[in-house]
Write a new protein. Sequence first.
Length: 190
Amino acid sequence: MNTPQKIGKTVYVYFYDDIDAGRVKTIMAILSNIVANEKPDTLYFLFASRGGQVDAGVTLYNFLKSLPAEIVMHNIGVINSIANVIFLSGSKRYAAPHSTFLFHGAAVQLNGNLSLPQLNEIRDSPSKDQDTIAGIVCDNTKMQRKTIETLFLQGETKDVKFALEHGIIDEIKSPQMPKDAVFVSINING
């Protein structure tokens, strides 16, 4: 006798915004509530972002990896900078046909007057950030560290064919949600 296969509950999450500490705190709170209340088997992200703060992006990556639900990421526009790290938290990753990915090196923004000890504290920050990002990309794609370091130097936008060839995505396809989908849009005033 054939037993019907259980289809798990999927919650679709739409996010298009920059990545910073305030937004990441809000995203983590919203997702915690979704997991607690909806108990989804899958969180399917319709995701696009121009990037933002490295520490916030790495925090969100690790948070998403820890959730008791499968994470599916679907690039619906642009995945730039630290948003690539967040995108790579998905165990399945897709990209819409005309979406793009941008990798570039890390930078530090200096504001105001800084003392010598403060300058020493931040001197190595971009190098450490790049090392963290490269490690995550290397762990989650087919790319070797040398390729990733070259991407950081190029700062070029890459298309979906590049993403597929290098294991950033599993498939190129347009997003489609079922008519009766549970859908959450995360819009944050920054």
